[in-house]
Design a protein around this ligand. Structure first.
Ligand code: NAI
Ligand code: MG
Length: 335
C-alpha cells in the first residue's frame, strides 16, 4: 500500500525549499505519495485561518508530515503555529541531530555527531500560568514536570540509542537548584537508564553542559533534557556545525510525526531562489528513517555530504553561487 505524507509548503522561503526537497525525494524513488495542505500566512489568506481543520485532518490521517517554515503573524490568536501543532498531536519528542559537514563555516568541520532529544510538551517553556501583577512589579510562571512526561522522553532517547547503535546518553538537568522539577526529571531518568545497561549514561548540569559542548563537542552522543534547556542546547549545537542551513528537526508523537528545518521562513531572502535546501532535506532524511526507509535516508545524507565536499552549486550561505534548485539537482545527481 502506498504511504501518503502531508506536505506543507509554508511561507517565505518555504515553497522554494519544499520544491527542492520534493525534487530530491522524487529522485530517490521512495514510493511516497504527497498530499498538500496549507498552514501559516498562506492558509490565512486562502482559508481565513492559520491552521485549517483540513490540514489537521490530513496530518491525523497520514500520521507523517513534511513541513516548511511557517510565519506566525504577530497578534493572530496562537502564540505560535508550531507550538499549536505540537499540542494538537502530542508531539512529545523534539529530535535534532547536529553533525559536522565539510566546507561549512563551522568551528567544528569534523568531530561533531550528536542528537539532542528535547521534551516538547511541558516545563517552563510552555509558559503555563504566566501572570504579571497589577503593579507590573512581579511576574510568575508555573513550571510543571511529570513522571509520565519525563519517562517517555528519556525512554525515547535510550530507544533511539539502541536503534541507531549509539553508545551514550547524557542526561542534562539543573537538579541541584531546581530540586522539584529538574529533580524529578533526573530521578526518572536514572530509573529508565537502569533498564538499558548496555548504553552508557552520564549526567551533566546544564551550564557545565554548555561549556563542554563548546570545548569538546565530540564527547557527546545523545543528549536528553527538558523543554527549555533543549531549546537552547539544540540551537547551540546547530551553531557548532555551521548554523541554520544545516539543522533539521523532527517532532515525534504517538499520533503523528512532523519533520522540518529548524530555521524560519527567512523573509529577507524569500523569492530570490537562494535559500539553502539542506536543512529541510536532512529533515527528509529523518522522515525516511521514521517511515522505515533507512537505506534511502543514508543515500540522501551521503549525497548531501558528497555535494558539500565537491562544493558543487552550493548556496551563498555556504559561500557558493548556486541556487536552491541547482543545489538540489547537484544532490540528486549523487544519489
Ligand atoms: P529565520 O530562521 O527565518 O532567519 C534567520 C536568518 O537565517 C536570516 O538571515 C535568514 O535569511 C537566514 N536563513 C534561514 N534559513 C535559511 C536557509 N535555508 N538558507 C539560507 N539562509 C537562511 O528566523 P527569523 O527571521 O527570526 O524568523 C522569520 C519567521 O520565521 C518568523 O515569522 C518566525 O515566526 C518564523 N519561524 C518559523 C519556524 C518554523 O516554522 N519552524 C522556526 C523559526 C521561525
Ligand atoms: Mg528554539
Amino acid at each position: 500500500m502506498t504511504q501518503t505524507i502531508t506536505v506543507i509548503r509554508g511561507d517565505g522561503i518555504g515553497p522554494e525549499i519544499m520544491d527542492a526537497a520534493l525534487y530530491v525525494l522524487d529522485a530517490l524513488k521512495t514510493g511516497l505519495a504527497y498530499e498538500e495542505a496549507d498552514a501559516g500566512l498562506v492558509a490565512l489568506e486562502k482559508h481565513g485561518e492559520l491552521l485549517p481543520q483540513a490540514t489537521l485532518d490530513s496530518i491525523r490521517h497520514n500520521r507523517v508530515a513534511l513541513k516548511s517554515p511557517l510565519t506566525t503573524p504577530v497578534g493572530e490568536g496562537f502564540s505560535s503555529i508550531n507550538v499549536e501543532l505540537r499540542k494538537r498531536f502530542d508531539l512529545y519528542a523534539n529530535v535534532r541531530p547536529a553533525k559536522s559537514f565539510p566546507n561549512t563555516k563551522s568551528r567544528f568541520p569534523s568531530g561533531v555527531d550528536l542528537i539532542t532529544v528535547r521534551e516538547n510538551t511541558e516545563g517552563a517553556y510552555i509558559g503555563e500560568g504566566q501572570q504579571l501583577s497589577h503593579d507590573g512589579e512581579t511576574a510568575v510562571l508555573t513550571q510543571k514536570v511529570t513522571r509520565r512526561g519525563s519517562e517517555r522522553i528519556v525512554r525515547y532517547a535510550f530507544d533511539l540509542a539502541r536503534a541507531t547503535g549509539r553508545k551514550k546518553v547524557t542526561v542534562v538537568h539543573k537538579a541541584n537548584i531546581l530540586k522539584s522539577t529538574s529533580g524529578l526529571f533526573l530521578k526518572v531518568a536514572r530509573e529508565v537508564a537502569a533498564q538499558y545497561p548496555e548504553i552508557q549514561c552520564n549526567e551533566l548540569i546544564v551550564d557545565n553542559c554548555c561549556m563542554q559542548l563548546v570545548m569538546k563537542p565530540e564527547q557527546f552522543d545523545i543528549i536528553v533534557t527538558t523543554n527549555l534547556f533543549g531549546d537552547i542546547i539544540s540551537d547551540l549545537c546547530a551553531g557548532l556545525v555551521g548554523g541554520l542551513g544545516l539543522a533539521p528537526g523532527a517532532n515525534i508523537g504517538t499520533e503523528a510525526a512532523i519533520f522540518e528545518a529548524v530555521h524560519g521562513s527567512a523573509p529577507d531572502i524569500a523569492g530570490k531562489g537562494i535559500a539553502n535546501p539542506c536543512a529541510l532535506l536532512l529533515g527528509v532524511g529523518q522522515m525516511l528513517d521514521h517511515v522505515g526507509q533507512p537505506d534511502n535516508a543514508n543515500r540522501l545524507r551521503n549525497a548531501i555530504v558528497a555535494t558539500l565536499e565537491a562544493k558543487d552549486a552550493l548556496t551563498p550561505d555556504l559561500g557558493g553561487t548556486g541556487t536552491t534548485m541547482s543545489f538540489a539537482k547537484a544532490i540528486a545527481s549523487r544519489l
